[in-house]
Design a protein around this ligand. Sequence first.
Ligand code: BGC
Length: 268
Amino acid sequence: MSGKPLAGQRAVVTGASSGIGKAIALAFAEAGAAVVVNHHSDVAAGKAVTAEILEKEGRAVSVGGDVSKPRDVQRLFDAADSHFGGVDIVVANAGAQADAPLLEMSLEDWRKVIDLDLTGAFLCAQEGARRFLRQGLEPNRSKALGKVIFVSSVHQRIPWAGHVNYAAAKGGVRMLMETMAQELAGRAIRVNAIAPGAIKTPINTEAWATPAAARKLLKLIPYGRIGEVEDIAQSAVWLASDAADYVVGTTLFVDGGMSLYPAFRNGG
Ligand code: BGC
């Protein structure tokens, strides 16, 4: 997209110290938004993202917090208020994997991923919506009262052996998003999701970092390349902007065709 499609808007991006969240924070700033850059354990990485935005004359602030904790979530939005005067966009991106075959998965790993990837997304989206409603509509800023974007996964649709906690969380994010969109569309809040496929990030390094792994992965991607974080970031800018004002309750699959059952390419 050209120009500054998010000029004057304020965004909270969770899990913005690396990977897809970082790329979204940078792209939002480039598009004119002021960004609350949330990090969890890696404080230095979060601060580096903020510094990169400030160097380019953008607006950003680093805020630590675990999105599965309501008090930490409040802190993110309080920072948006005190630094930027409010919030217009929430990107619920923070997430993690803790993989194990079903028969071996510990309750701890199950809970960890559900807490962060599903409950964390719920808490951020809920608090964002509360703040949008409190602020009221500002048509000069954006046509919608506010926008929520969940960073989901192709695994909201594709079952994934060995990752049952993650697939269950992302399946939950899908219905969280659609239900929230249905409930709040009448109040001018747009809720959508992006479902990334295999994107080169720290979460899945072992799936693409060696030539043999990349070859295996590419068999699952009809478009023939592994995704880059910018592929997701550009979609998020568009989805958050007024150009997508009539997009409500949709999951945008940005996956090079991974969700097209590529195993069937050569006949069933
Ligand atoms: C996961 C990655 C995986 C991709 C495609 C993502 O949601 O986090 O680890 O490579 O889905 O399977």
